[in-house]
Design a protein around this ligand. Structure first.
Ligand code: MN
Ligand code: MN
Length: 317
């Protein structure tokens, strides 16, 4: 049985689900990472966005919809809150007027957490935020493997002349030596490009690039067995851009692309990360102002929960 030192989500019979302060999954919420094994963190930031802004409201939207979640995973029998000390750490204070300062602030926030061995599960924010998080991860672990779900490869060299934007983080991560390139998989990429060979740069780095057409009409369990073999036992980061899903499932995002992954394929990808040496993960690009009925935030909350369920050390009952 859980002891009081294991923070627990507030039950739906103690306070109605529409009541109380909206932390992730109605966890107690704390500003102190001491004695925690994993932290859920909001990174409200969207000035790296190229089209529709609004991902700065992602953490609030996701927390709001996460009130529906219950602690036990009925499919995998994972019991994250009995196995690990997990709490909502609140938000990083980003600078809404300055991309570079925001990058510095995010990295400074994550470095001591990662250094203390905490697993971080983050709510974006646009995809720019993964760069400072990866800087913190690689600063502690060395180059990490990466499971990257997205409609886009996010490996542009620059956008409108800027080298830091939501379409460039993985190019910068390669240049800075943050990734173990032979242990990177990009899943769900699709759509129209500026050049027909846009995805080839990723392949030239040694990434496995799985275009969405390879995923259509099938279970992704076999793919994830291959990805587990690819990433091996070294540290792995999981970055899930919500636009990897089809916009019919997740319309609340800034750069939607048709023909995307289904919700259940997204769940198969995250569940397929069970057994990896996951050091952290995120769900990014949720923009609640374009959402329908809170659907995208609800999906994101569930995907974040599924990430908690596959962290190393989480028991299955
Ligand atoms: Mn992205
Ligand atoms: Mn994307």
């Amino acid at each position: 049985m859980p002891t009081p030192e294991f923070p627990q989500p507030l039950g739906g019979n103690e306070m109605p689900r529409f009541g109380g302060i909206a932390t992730f999954m109605r966890l107690p919420g704390t500003s102190s990472p001491d004695h925690l094994d994993a932290g859920v963190i909001g990174v409200p930031f969207d000035i790296g966005t190229s089209n529709r802004p609004g991902a700065r409201f992602g953490p609030r939207g996701i927390r709001n919809e996460s009130v529906l979640l219950r602690p036990y995973n009925m499919a995998t029998r994972a019991a994250p809150f009995d196995s690990l000390r997990i709490d909502d750490l609140g938000d990083v204070a980003t600078n809404p007027y300055n991309v570079a300062d925001s990058m510095a602030r995010i990295e400074a926030y994550y470095r001591p957490l990662v250094g203390a061995g905490l697993k971080t599960v983050s709510m974006g924010g646009d995809h720019t935020i993964v760069l400072p998080i990866l800087r913190a991860m690689a600063g502690h672990h060395g180059p990490v493997g990466l499971v990257h779900v997205d409609a886009h490869t996010d490996i542009n060299d620059s956008m409108f002349g800027e080298r830091i934007a939501h379409g460039t983080p993985f190019r910068r991560a390669v240049e800075e030596g943050l990734l173990d390139c032979s242990r990177v998989a990009q899943i769900g990429v699709r759509g129209t490009g500026y050049q027909a060979d846009d995805f080839d740069w990723s392949r030239q780095q040694g990434f496995r690039v799985v275009q969405v057409e390879e995923c259509w009409h099938r279970s992704l369990e076999p793919l994830m067995a291959e990805v587990r073999a690819q990433v091996g036992s070294g540290p792995v980061y999981l970055s899930f851009d919500i636009d990897g899903l089809d916009p019919s499932f997740a319309p609340g995002t800034g750069t939607p692309e048709i023909g995307g992954l289904t919700i259940w394929q997204g769940m198969e990808i995250i569940r397929g990360c069970h057994g990896m040496n996951l050091v952290g993960g995120d769900v990014v690009e949720v923009a609640p102002i374009y959402d329908v009925s809170g659907m995208t935030s609800l999906v994101a909350a569930n995907l974040l929960y599924e990430m908690l369920c596959v962290l190393p050390g989480v028991e299955r009952r």
